[in-house]
Design a protein around this ligand. Structure first.
Ligand SMILES: [Zn+2]
Length: 79
């Protein structure tokens, strides 16, 4: 075996070893993801478009509540 072959063999052995180490290395620890905080009713109401799924409550003069269906507000809105 010539000196050059010897060097190459050594390099290849080192390379193989580093590959093996990379393969068996433990996976990067995944940062724990905190569950999203439950949204407040006001935020949920703001997200839903006003034109969709309306409360539909009618007042005495026949106007329809324009708030979203099941709105948390006690009063209805007829604007
Ligand atoms: Zn209403």
């Amino acid at each position: 075996m010539s000196k050059m072959d010897n060097l190459r063999a050594m390099r290849e052995a080192k390379y193989a070893e580093s590959q093996k180490r990379a393969a068996t290395a433990p996976a990067r620890p995944v940062a724990p993801v905190a569950p999203p905080a439950p949204k407040r009713v006001e935020e949920r109401a703001a997200e839903s478009p006003a034109t969709e799924d309306l409360c539909g409550h009618r007042n005495m003069s026949g106007r329809t509540c324009t708030r979203e269906s099941g709105h948390p507000q006690k009063s209805h809105r007829y604007s």
